[in-house]
Design a protein around this ligand. Structure first.
Ligand code: GDG
Length: 490
């Protein structure tokens, strides 16, 4: 069997079950690496004054992890800069927050080049290479330039934006062209896949090849949706653990006579926290009789605290929670408990189970695993209700949730009222359907279908068809260093 090389910005092999920050994704990828052998490659999380190709190799829980340090300027320009200051907001439709800074894109190219240089010598002829997420879009191309001919796949965990949004990025063509060095490009949902296809066909002059591949820039790739799921057994085991039961008891004791409403999100503007708080305020305003009946716990661990937009957001959320509590609190109760820290994964499972409603209302989200975790943690006999933004990738699968528009305070307030008053029979019916979907579309299915598709997508020379799908027009081209020229600035 081929080895599998997983590449992501950070490497997060879980050391002990239940511990943050590893999530189901890390667990699933670690399990894949145990099955296929191979290793996980990425940034160590450390910075040095000068870059060196020196790698650190460790075994964690039977998984080989290979990491490399970044230079301080790489961290600023690549990680805080282009990845989290440019691509993250842009791909979440926030062009108002997007930094269009040339030094950031140079840092991004540089780090991808350095990753490729460090990784290439470790690759063996039969290896499958699976690159993850927006930090590493150009990595496949950089590897091809170094002569790597193995199957290389890429999976985007976040949304792919509509062409009208993407084209605000200088050098957007270069970014998309680099994706064509992969054999397979995966998205979370059909919506993001269609947005990508729409760019390729409408903006890049691309066409469909005979077998359903996309061709553009003289190359072809297969693009497909692979919705990510949970490691259900792992999560349900966590939910039954003593730590989870204790967290459940603590929350149940603190919300006696009240319904617990929970939100769990990294403190990120894409998660719609501000809008959600305004919606909750509208709910309190419109339902005076329910003010003492609810407790909204928002868990929001700080994320990317070095980026200005995140610092601003934190200040606004702090102020908003304070204001709403000041208006609606009584001497012995306050409607919001806002916790600006993370919890262990097993504690989270207990908190989810204690909550009657979970608010998952991102403004835009690739998938959203919290929605799935909440449902998986419920008591089948008395399940809570998931309220889900129509703009989360998860909403395309989890249609039995209470689906809301997160921009509308009225819809949020009405949705919350509906969720809190839902009959047991309806909650159970919705829970059963949601769980069936979570079982069907679990993380192993996601992983294995991607890896299988990657193994078969790799066809070095494939005749392409013209736009009508009739005649072969181009042979599939592979990049070699000599035929690479700087793409024109868009
Ligand atoms: C990206 C995409 C896509 C949260 N707070 C704590 C904690 N978490 C865990 C949750 C969940 C994970 O973090 C968050 O996953 P999401 O899917 O909700 O969102 P992103 O972090 O933005 O992830 C997203 C995902 O990639 C996977 O492809 O679904 O759309 O944006 O697992 O439980 N974990 C712990 N303590 C916390 O306080 N331990």
């Amino acid at each position: 069997m081929s080895r599998l090389i997983v590449v992501s910005n950070r490497v997060t092999v879980p050391e002990r079950p239940g511990e943050a920050p590893a999530g189901g994704l890390a667990v699933a990828l670690s399990a894949a690496l145990k099955e296929y052998s191979g290793f996980w490659f990425g940034w160590s999380g450390a910075t040095t004054s000068e870059f060196s190709n020196r790698i650190q190799m460790r075994r964690i829980n039977d998984v080989t992890v290979v990491t490399v340090d970044l230079e301080e300027s790489d961290f600023q320009e690549y990680y805080n800069g282009f990845a989290n200051g440019t691509l993250w907001p842009l791909f979440h439709y926030r062009i108002d927050l997007t930094a269009y800074d040339r030094s950031f894109s140079e840092g991004y190219e540089r780090v991808n080049h350095r990753f490729a240089q460090t990784l290439a010598p470790l690759i063996e002829p039969d290896d499958l290479i699976w690159v993850h997420d927006y930090h590493l879009i150009p990595l496949g191309r950089e590897l091809r330039l170094l002569g790597v001919t193995n199957p290389i796949g890429f999976f985007l965990h976040i949304p792919w934006p509509a062409p009208q949004i993407l084209t605000t990025l200088p050098r957007h063509r270069k970014l998309v062209e680099s994706l064509f060095s992969y054999d397979l490009v995966g998205f979370q949902t059909d919506e993001w896949l269609w947005a990508f296809e729409s760019y390729v066909l409408g903006e890049a002059g691309g066409a469909w090849a005979a077998d359903g591949r996309l061709q553009a820039f003289g190359q072809t790739l297969r693009a497909q949706a692979f919705p990510i799921g949970l490691d259900l057994e792992e999560f349900q085991e966590l939910a039954r653990s003593p730590v989870a039961l204790r967290a459940f008891d603590r929350m149940a004791a603190h919300s006696v006579f009240r319904s617990l409403i929970v939100g769990v999100d990294r403190l990120d503007y894409s998660k719609g926290l501000e809008e959600r708080l305004y919606g909750f305020e509208a709910f309190l305003e419109q339902n005076p009789e329910l003010r003492r009946e609810v407790l909204y716990l928002q868990v929001a661990p700080t994320s990317r605290g070095e980026v200005e937009a995140y610092q601003d957001l934190r200040g606004r959320i702090d102020a908003l929670c304070g204001r709403i509590n000041a208006i609606y609190a009584d001497m012995d109760s306050a409607p919001i408990r806002y916790v600006n820290r993370g919890y262990r994964r097993d504690e989270l499972a207990g908190i989810y189970r204690a909550a009657s409603v979970c608010l998952v209302t991102p403004l835009r989200d690739g998938m959203n695993l919290v929605a799935k975790e909440y449902v998986a943690a419920q008591d089948p006999d008395d399940p809570g209700v998931l309220m889900l933004s129509r703009f989360a990738g998860a909403a395309r699968q989890m249609t039995e949730a209470v689906i809301v528009n997160p921009y509308s305070r009225e819809e949020l307030a009405d949705g919350l009222k509906l969720a809190l008053s839902m009959s047991l029979a309806e909650r159970r019916a919705r829970y059963e359907s949601l769980m069936a979907g979570i079982r069907r579309s679990n993380v192993k299915v996601w992983r294995d279908s991607f890896v299988d598709a990657l193994a078969t997508a790799h066809e070095p020379f494939l005749p392409l068809m013209d736009g009508a799908g009739e005649e072969p027009v181009l042979p599939r081209a592979r990049i070699s260093p000599s035929d690479v020229s700087e793409p024109s600035e868009a």
